[in-house]
Ligand binder design. Structure first.
Ligand SMILES: C[S@@+](CC[C@H](N)C(=O)[O-])C[C@H]1O[C@@H](n2cnc3c(N)ncnc32)[C@H](O)[C@@H]1O
Length: 276
């Protein structure tokens, strides 16, 4: 009897609880547009992720496991390598044009037998065992190579990857790059300052700052004809490869394109492919 009474009370309170929602949020609650990369939302200034973190979530976290052997081209100091190790992967081969002393790789990564650092002066990947790689990743590297070099690297890469392995490759596409910069109002953090919720004075200060200092703080457009140095450093310039040409080259080598551009970075494409 006592038990039934309790059940009734429970039901009544649940019904009451649910009934509150029948007249809340007239027109339907709308948090923001999930298809808009810089949508304002109820999360306010907490509603934005680093694009690097988004790359980690989509290209690494659910793809690298304890039985994964990873190949990373151009690790630099090892920011991404550390992410593979954090996933407790079996082994990482890293190939860089620079010596580990120059990149500070081991200081950043720490001593581990799970990483092989290969300094390379060609595009052959000869010190990486054939058909050994489950996961390929390269970010911020192919954009510094001439298209013919990128394509030579793919020709070597296909031999290194196992059947069924996944690859994630960030490349330079000047059309995407220029589009992004031309649409800073929609695609950059500048958008957040357009929100009504931001204090008016802060907004005015930001707009003024943007008008006066944009040329110093923002990126500049680039021309494919001139192959301008987008990194503002003559020794580490970028080269336009482009999504179309890159995907054609990957397909030619026998890779299957999963996504031509994962659209996780507003400025640069990240291509997802598999080796069938
Ligand atoms: C801009 S850094 C990017 C480092 C790292 N991937 C990151 O996102 O933090 C480019 C790296 O690629 C390396 N690199 C340049 N040409 C290369 C090549 N042909 N093969 C391998 N690494 C290369 C450079 O030495 C440098 O460490």
């Amino acid at each position: 009897m006592g038990h039934e009474f309790k059940e009734d009370l429970h039901l009544t309170s649940e019904q009451e609880f649910f009934s509150k929602f029948t007249h809340s949020w007239q027109g339907g609650y709308f948090e923001g547009n999930p298809l808009d990369p810089m949508a304002t939302s109820g999360y306010g200034i907490y509603g934005y992720n680093s694009c690097l973190y988004t790359v980690y979530l989509t290209c690494i976290r659910n793809h690298v496991h304890s039985d994964s052997t990873v190949l990373e081209i151009g690790p630099g100091r090892g920011a991404w390598t550390k992410a593979f190790l954090e996933r407790e992967c079996s082994h990482v081969y890293v190939v860089d044009a620079a010596a580990a002393e120059q990149t500070g790789f081991w200081d950043y990564i720490g001593t581990t037998s799970h990483v092989t650092y290969i300094q390379s002066a060609d595009l052959m990947l000869s010190d990486v065992p054939d058909a050994s790689i489950d996961h390929f990743f390269s970010f911020g590297v192919f954009c510094h190579l001439k298209p013919q070099m990128c394509e030579k690297y793919l020709n070597s890469l296909v031999r290194k990857m196992r059947s069924g392995s996944h690859g994630f490759l960030m490349i330079a596409d000047y059309d995407k790059y220029n589009y992004c910069i031309a649409h800073a109002d929609q695609l950059s953090i500048k958008r957040a300052f357009g929100s009504r919720k931001v204090w008016l004075l802060a907004r005015l200060a930001y707009i003024l700052n943007w008008k006066i200092f944009r040329s110093k703080t923002d990126l500049q457009g680039v021309s494919k004809n001139d192959d301008l140095d987008v990194s503002r450093d003559a020794t580490t310039r970028w080269y336009h490869w482009g999504i179309d040409r890159a995907c054609e080259a990957l397909t030619r080598e026998g890779f299957k394109i999963v996504e031509r551009d994962m659209e996780i970075v507003s400025r640069d494409p990240v291509i997802h492919f598999v080796k069938p």
